[in-house]
Write a protein that binds this ligand. Structure first.
Ligand code: NAD
Length: 354
């Protein structure tokens, strides 16, 4: 199925090399779609946080209904903290198949680049032909913040007033902006292992009109109604004793074996939700509580099931809810598809006739 709007033939046409008879000749057995490129620099003007929220919410629900599924994740440690891998999936009803190739390169920030680097490749699910290549850096931040915000929207108490954030890296500001869209927070309290990074988060809070305070983890847990954790920590920072009844936590930083943000006992005390159970128990925050036999796989509910009306969410104001956001390939494909559709509508996609 061609991507919506391709027949409009908008965009800049990049022609393939001329067939000189010296190797470029290829028998044209089937019709081929043009391949589109939506570079990183265009994404900010094409996809809003609202677009990302809608795309990811629909994808989570499609996953829960069995209409879309993620393929196994490939993730390799490259040494010196660098990670590289592939997240992929198929949403047949949505006409989306593809892969996000990317990883985490902790030395980048010192060179003026963001540590996460990724690109999304989309393919036609019927023929396997490539349809688009899309810059994935901003999209990753938008889709990750959207997942967290969807969990807050669905699972946090509606009277939540104080937002707590553990972490202050690249993703944290996106998380703050997205969370502020779904609850009327009155202030933000934050903690980071590297406190010198917190003022940047404070600037975003100020932009949103929210008072901001750097606090201890004791105070953060005692005051926050919603807590987002978004760090690359290898060991728990937030302990069970820090968190009071009724809190919703979006644990977003643990997306790899060996990372950990909260004490496993907290998951045993909470009702646990996730984007993808298979990822949650192997490489998400729940990996540690599962390994310690504090919870079972069957204790974890897909957030998509709540969205689709197939499972209940928060059961009482006193319940602690945790969203283990591991990050799934279908999230990336959904926002990349949104970027391509918008780029085609506006005539800004680069186009290559294959
Ligand atoms: P970043 O490198 O910009 O920031 C890293 C953050 O972790 C900072 O707040 C830093 O102070 C903190 N940190 C570093 N070492 C720590 C330690 N030993 N203990 C506690 N805190 C520590 O990274 P980012 O782009 O903001 O990403 C943060 C995390 O989120 C990473 O682990 C990344 O892989 C993960 N992530 C998850 C998803 C998802 O879908 N779940 C998507 C994107 C990123």
């Amino acid at each position: 199925m061609p991507l919506a709007g391709l027949s409009a033939r908008q965009g800049l046409l990049i022609r393939p090399p001329k067939d000189t008879g010296a190797g470029f000749a290829r028998p044209l057995l089937f019709e081929r779609f043009p391949m589109l490129i939506v570079p990183e620099a265009l994404i900010a003007d094409l996809v809003t946080p609202e677009d990302a929220f809608a795309a990811v919410e629909a994808t989570f629900a499609a996953m829960a209904r069995g209409e879309a599924y993620n393929f196994p994740v490939v993730r390799e440690a490259l040494g010196e903290g660098r990670q590289y891998g592939f997240k992929s999936g198929l949403d047949r009803a949505g006409g989306v198949m593809g892969v996000k190739a990317g990883g985490y390169f902790p030395g980048n920030a010192a060179k003026g680049m963001i540590n996460h680097q990724s690109s999304v490749f989309l393919f036609d699910p019927e023929s396997g032909q490539p349809t688009a290549m899309v810059g994935g850096n901003l999209l990753t931040a938008l889709r990750t913040a959207a997942a967290s915000a969807i969990s807050i929207d669905r699972l946090a108490r509606t009277d939540a007033k104080v937002l707590g954030i553990v972490g202050a890296g690249h993703q944290a500001t996106f998380q703050l902006r997205a969370a502020a869209r779904v609850r009327r927070f009155e202030r933000v309290v934050a903690w980071n292992l590297h406190p010198e990074m917190l003022p940047r988060l404070g600037e975003v809070a100020a932009e949103l009109g929210l008072p901001f305070e750097a606090v201890s983890l004791d105070r953060l847990g005692a005051e926050a109604d919603v807590i987002i954790t978004i760090t690359s920590s290898p060991a728990a920072s937030l302990l069970d004793a820090h968190v009071r009844p009724g809190t919703h936590l979006a644990c977003m930083g643990t997306d790899t074996i060996g990372k950990q943000e909260v004490e496993p006992a907290l998951l045993a005390r909470a009702k646990v939700f996730t984007d993808e159970v298979a990822q949650s128990v192997t490489l998400g925050e729940a990996q540690h509580a599962i390994a310690a036999a504090l919870i079972a796989e069957t204790d974890i509910t897909p957030l998509g099931a709540v969205i689709a009306g197939l499972a209940e969410g928060r059961r009482s104001d006193a319940e602690i809810t945790i969203f283990d956001g591991t990050g799934v390939g279908l999230q990336d494909l959904a926002v990349a598809q949104a970027a391509v559709t918008r780029a085609v509508e506006r005539g800004v996609a680069l186009k290559i006739d294959l």
